[in-house]
Design a protein around this ligand. Structure first.
Ligand code: UDP
Length: 498
């Protein structure tokens, strides 16, 4: 087990962004938690402290909990390559795909159990009875039984899932079920992700969130947006020197590195309307579909002056994602086949990754500058890029898949493409939105309000807090923290919203 150090952040900062009456209620709830959990620790266990949405969210949320005076810690499980191969296979299965096609059989279970035994010993030496342990995702799920036996209050938080269960999804859950049967509380990101084999009474829905103050989402004025985008080479214009952003720990920093861009001729000007998709280079994000849909619009003469930017991480920097490089190559190959008139308006941008916070600041500037943000995923767990764009008041066009459906109310705070494979409908929606300034402004304004009211970190924190409080009350009522507390949980947790 490896400890991850998380700096403190002020919970009170949220008073600047959310409704004051709601903030007051949250403050009361947080105070209640601080009193109830005095002398106890709220642990978070997962398998990585960098890369991916879960690590990003934990780093931010734990900092606010600690800043409020509740002792919260983060420990990362360590295991063999073979363990991670098996859990990657499991991860794919829960997303409905076969991954490397290997079986989730007894041999795989032995490797999994052995990693649990090795990590549980170390963890149990530190977790005390009545500490809270939030176990994130399938990889460490097998730790739950020993933690429950040791008297901890255990919540299993599942960040993944699939809308339409198939044989793979079922195989994944059959593998995991033995580890989850005694867990009193589980959290999923959406209702459709709760597997039918699991008893839904123990499950709560808490949606992911974004951090309003992180380098990815903090306010940037127009001068800074301009300077960053010119500096990295995404747009053309006079160099500015407003390249500053604030790191997560509050220290100042600046954007130094530049992007690696594939384009024909010059960059677009700062005034050129940009349609932007920011994503990992992954076929499920359908960058090629975005390119063809936009191309269709250009050929129909409905794109106005707009250009398309497909942005993603620099693949050379991510040694453990060989698929990223292959997908980027295929996007570039497809770009080369586009007619000249389309190609000159499509820019493929790889963002520097050496400093994750610098990368985040560039994404921030690009999202703020975009006229339209697209997320044309074929499948999506939640879709944080959508939340990030909505928080920045952008007009979003996204596919009606996974968690995107929980974020966008079609026509109110974004536009949804019902069939991800329908390129004609996609370019029709894009064209309509490019032509309608008032609609973009209305969607953007509503989107920002939606994120403020539902998808900021503070909401996620308070909902988890309420759940943990219910769990603690339930354990108190039972008198024995090691018994299965489903009925009591059900009674106490009937209303998780504040
Ligand atoms: N992202 C980033 N830099 C990039 C590309 C993506 O920081 O070059 C971020 C993006 O802003 C978002 C996350 O990666 O925060 C992707 O999360 P999402 O839920 O959209 O998709 P996932 O990659 O988890 O499938």
């Amino acid at each position: 087990m490896k400890d991850v150090q998380v700096p403190l952040n002020r919970f009170e900062r949220f008073s600047d962004v959310i409704d004051p009456a709601q903030f007051e209620r949250y403050l009361v709830a947080a105070e209640r938690m601080r009193t109830r959990f005095e002398g106890r620790i709220v642990w978070n266990i997962n398998t990585t402290d960098a890369g991916g949405g879960v690590a990003e969210m934990l780093r931010s949320l734990i900092a606010y909990v600690r800043g409020f005076g509740i002792d919260s810690r983060w420990a990362v499980m360590e295991a063999s390559d073979e363990f991670f191969r098996i859990t990657k296979r499991l991860h794919h299965a829960l997303h409905g795909s076969a991954g490397d096609g290997t079986p989730l059989d007894d041999k795989a279970r032995r490797v999994y159990d052995e990693a649990m035994r090795a990590n549980a010993g170390e963890l149990l030496a530190r977790v005390r009875p009545r500490d809270v342990v939030l176990v994130h995702d399938p990889q460490p799920a097998g730790l739950t039984n020993s933690l429950i036996r040791a008297g901890a209050l255990v919540v299993w938080r599942c960040h993944i899932g699939h809308d339409k269960p198939n044989a793979e999804v079922e195989a994944g859950w059959s593998f995991l079920n033995p580890y989850l049967k005694d867990v009193p509380a589980m959290v999923f990101s959406r209702n459709a992700y709760i597997p039918s084999e699991l008893d839904g009474d123990r499950a709560s829905i808490i949606t992911p969130s974004v951090d309003a103050f992180s380098p990815k989402n903090q306010e940037l004025d127009e001068e800074t947006v301009h300077s960053i985008l010119v500096h990295v080479g995404i747009v053309e214009g006079p160099d500015g020197d407003a390249l500053k952003f604030t790191r997560q720990d509050g220290s100042p920093a600046r954007v130094d590195r530049q992007a690696d861009v594939v384009r024909l001729g010059r960059p677009p000007s700062f005034e050129t309307p940009l349609v932007v998709q920011v994503s990992r280079w992954d076929p499920l994000k359908d960058p090629v579909g975005v390119m063809h849909g936009f191309g269709h619009l250009v050929e129909e003469g409905r794109a106005g002056d707009a250009h398309l930017v497909l942005a993603g991480p620099n693949v050379q920097a991510i040694a453990d994602d060989p698929e990223g490089g292959e997908v980027l190559d295929s996007v570039i190959a497809e770009w080369r086949r586009l007619p000249h008139a389309v190609r000159q308006r499509v820019h493929i941008v790889c963002l520097p990754m050496a400093d994750f916070e610098e990368n985040a600041a560039i994404v921030n500037a690009l999202q703020r500058h975009a006229t339209i943000i697209v997320q044309k995923s074929l499948h999506e767990g939640f879709g944080l890029t959508v939340t990030e764009a909505m928080w920045k008041g952008r007009a979003v066009v996204a596919t009606a898949v996974g968690g995107i459906q929980d974020q966008i109310d079609d026509g109110v705070d974004g536009l949804l493409l019902q069939d991800p494979s329908d390129l004609e409908a996609f370019s029709g929606i894009l064209g309509r939105l490019l032509e309608d300034d008032a609609l973009r402004a209305k969607l953007g304004e509503n989107a920002r309000r939606k994120v403020r009211d539902v998808f900021l970190g503070v909401h996620q924190l308070i909902r988890h807090g309420r759940l943990i409080e219910c769990l603690d009350e339930a354990h108190e009522e039972c008198g024995r923290p090691d018994v299965f507390t489903r009925e009591v949980m059900q009674k106490n947790c009937c209303n998780l919203t504040l």
